[in-house]
Design a protein around this ligand. Structure first.
Ligand code: MSP
Length: 523
């Protein structure tokens, strides 16, 4: 089983394009893995506890329960709209998750991995958190962003993170492949160096935070939101599920010899996933072979700036897909970023990439293959006469393009996979220009030749339909239906051999699948 998860989104606000990117990326990867023939389980969801949620709910004068119900709905509705098809949905207020978190806390305590201690230090009243020396500004003071800072002493529960950091360092050094992309490994090892000797505070006293999972053995405390949230990856996979639960079989999803893949943004590698989570799993007895792969994606920025509600530069994926279509948004989000790197969100590029690669190239291939087949061969495809050099070269272009697509997609590089596909489509359109079947058709002596050319275009389109399906599932269905082969979208990569369309196959009536985007220019 290929078990794939994303980060779970905070429900203290609305989803923006960054959240949408991660979910679409995961959806594309999950669909691609199915296309490869891998049995796949895709989990995503929402992070509903913590201070930010409690504070925002208070501001809006509703209970946190009511508040997260409302915001969660915004996320799930957006995923439905964007055709993000997950198998499991994680909500951290779910009793099944709470049961798992409490069982883990009890087990860790029984194993001597947790202890209680009093910490005294600087505490920001406004941010409701303890501050560290690294939070001081250049002059050594805590800046105005922290509001009033007081010295307080507070007793809390701690997890013995420091017992696991030597193991973690050695594990990462000997298994650097678990962090993708590779350049993040050094970052993580550096952070580990700095973190050594520190344990993790995993509780919050109820006087300052009520909205969390209550400790099973100390009712005055709730669980620190990260400790709670990280556990979603196993709780919703059936780990420590109560008898009779409807959750998946944990050992199927997370067997002893296959790593799951967690897709996360670069901001939550250190310390949350790269340090806390791996140490938590180690403390729970997960073996080195079971440690997850962390696929760390970059960020979408706006003109080099971080997207932030406070500066008003957030892109709303709902509005964007209403304006340009879901297909345009899905395509742009995985096309104009290299997985692992940052990218600048740019509407002109969205329009340009859609118009060039979808409307002009793929749309044109579809239009030529299907319209001309209707016109010149009465909608019936046939292989025609003997193949010329041109057709042999076209078939080779397709084989090469599929190999490059597969390599890139296996490496989670969707943009490169799409480039490989695009290359063959451009090739086909150039081939059509060179062969000019519309000219050949004027002479009845060329009947076979016209059929051969159109067959090669249609067969290429059939392959493109399958290859584009993880990225644009809806468009792929439309293309398959126009080719009169709705079953194409159920094919696997291994089925992709020349001759998907048989001699004598009748196609359906074509209709535009990628209407050009025309932007109204402001005067
Ligand atoms: N709730 C935590 C994650 C817990 S996982 C056990 C969280 N939530 S978040 O809503 O702030 O972010 C969710 C995901 O969206 C993260 O992986 C984050 O990196 C990603 N993104 C947030 N803004 C982003 C961009 N501007 N661009 C790309 N992804 C971004 O962190």
């Amino acid at each position: 089983m290929f078990y794939l998860t994303t980060a779970i989104d905070y429900t203290n606000g609305s989803p923006h394009i960054g959240h949408a990117y991660e979910k679409v990326l995961a959806d594309v990867i999950a669909r691609y893995r199915r296309l490869r023939g891998d049995e796949t389980y895709f989990l995503t969801g929402v992070d509903q506890h913590g201070q930010k949620v409690q504070q925002t709910a208070e501001k809006e004068r509703v209970s946190p329960e009511e508040f997260v119900k409302r915001t969660t709905q915004k996320f799930s509705a957006l995923w439905e709209k964007l055709d993000v098809k997950y198998d499991g949905w994680a909500e951290t207020i779910d009793e099944r998750h709470k049961h798992c978190v409490r069982t883990i806390l009890t087990e860790l305590k029984d194993q001597g991995q947790l202890y209680k201690k009093t910490h005294s230090g600087h505490y920001s009243v406004r941010q409701e958190q303890f501050l560290q020396d690294r939070d001081r500004d250049e002059s050594g003071n805590f800046g105005p962003e922290w509001g009033e800072v007081v010295e307080i002493a507070e007793e809390n529960w701690y997890f013995k993170l420091s017992d696991h950091t030597d193991w973690l360092k050695n594990f990462i050094e000997t298994n650097p492949d678990v962090i993708i992309p590779h350049f993040r490994v050094a970052e993580l090892l550096n952070a580990l160096e700095k973190n050594s000797g520190l344990d993790l505070c995993i509780s919050r006293p109820k006087e300052r935070l009520r909205w969390g999972i209550e400790f099973p053995f100390d009712e005055n405390y709730v669980t620190y939101v990260w400790f709670d949230a990280l556990i979603n990856y196993i709780s919703f996979a059936g780990y420590h599920a109560a008898p009779g639960s409807d959750l998946p079989d944990f050992h199927q999803l997370w067997p002893s010899n296959k790593r799951p893949v967690h897709i996360i943004g670069k901001d939550i590698l250190i310390p949350a996933h790269g340090i806390y989570w791996l140490c938590m799993l180690h403390a729970m007895g997960f073996t080195d072979e079971q440690m997850p792969i962390l696929l760390v994606h970059g960020w979408w920025n706006i003109r080099g700036q971080k997207m932030a509600k406070s500066t008003g530069n957030v892109i709303d994926p709902n509005e964007l897909s209403n304006q340009f279509s879901v297909e345009a948004v899905r395509y742009y989000l995985v096309r104009d970023i290299v997985t692992g790197k940052d990218s600048d969100f740019d509407l002109d590029r969205l329009v340009m990439l859609y118009n060039t690669e979808l409307a002009n190239e793929l749309g044109n291939l579809c239009n030529r293959a299907l319209n001309m087949s209707q016109k010149f061969t009465a909608g019936v495809l046939n292989i025609g006469g003997p193949l010329a050099e041109e057709e042999i070269a076209l078939q080779k272009s397709l084989t090469d393009s599929i190999a490059d697509y597969q390599k890139a997609m296996d490496e989670f590089d969707i943009s490169k996979g799409l480039e490989a596909l695009s290359r063959h489509i451009v090739y086909c359109n150039q081939y059509a220009e060179r062969m000019a079947p519309w000219k050949l058709a004027k002479d009845p002596a060329n009947t076979d030749r016209v059929a051969t050319v159109l067959y090669h275009l249609a067969e290429s389109l059939a392959h493109a339909t399958v290859l584009i399906s993880p990225i644009l599932p809806d468009a792929a269905e439309k293309l398959a239906s126009q080719l009169n082969r709705p079953d194409l979208t159920a094919l696997k990569l291994s089925d992709l051999k020349w001759g998907l369309l048989t001699d004598g196959h009748t196609i359906s009536q074509p209709a535009p699948v990628f209407p050009r985007i025309v932007l109204e220019k402001a005067d």
